[in-house]
Design a protein around this ligand. Structure first.
Ligand code: NI
Length: 184
């Protein structure tokens, strides 16, 4: 279909609450999903939410074949997740560096639930119900935040751990191993 422009932080369309999808399996939803997949691929992202291309619907996509930061972790399955719900499993949280296609060139240290259960539907309306941990859990939480108008800088606890990649590296805050973190 098309590679779409990704909105950047400051655009008010990134700050709205997106609406539930009511109809599954139709052409409009199929076209949206295709546009999102094309855009994520073109940007080399790990995930994308519909509001990032200006569509105020509760649709996210994500997936990573090989993550050099987590060589032993199972790949994150290529997923279309619609009307998602996230439930934390346990109390544990963990901090890690995140980026976002809507906040290009920057990274920030963000605390997320370490383990989650997530539910929703795929493009045909079939139910999805999974448990995830580590990077998989992080990507899902990051993408679903976009549906509520939340961007990762909102969740940074220590403002010193937010900045442009070369500056964070020069300061020794962001290590070389942190860089392949693909933006979402
Ligand atoms: Ni993002």
């Amino acid at each position: 279909m098309a590679v779409c422009e990704v909105l950047r932080m400051g655009d008010p369309r990134l700050r709205r609450r997106a609406e539930d999808v009511e109809r599954f399996g139709d052409v409009a939803l199929g076209n949206l999903i295709t546009d999102m997949l094309d855009t994520m691929k073109a940007c080399d992202g790990a995930g994308l939410a519909a509001p990032q291309i200006g569509v105020p619907l509760r649709v996210v996509i994500f997936g990573v074949e090989n993550n050099p930061r987590y060589p032993d972790a199972p790949p994150v399955p290529q997923t279309v997740l619609i009307n998602p719900e996230i439930m934390p499993i346990g109390e544990a949280s963990e901090e890690d560096w995140e980026g976002c296609l809507s906040v290009p060139g920057m990274r920030g240290l963000v605390r997320r639930h370490a383990r989650i259960r997530y539910r929703g539907r795929d493009g045909e309306g079939q139910p999805i119900d999974r448990q995830a941990s580590g990077f998989h859990a992080r990507v899902v939480q990051h993408e679903c935040d976009h549906l509520d108008g939340i961007l990762y800088p909102d969740r940074i606890e220590d403002r010193q751990m937010f900045g442009f990649i070369p500056e964070l590296q020069a300061a020794g805050l962001l290590g070389a191993a942190d860089l392949p973190a693909e933006p979402a």
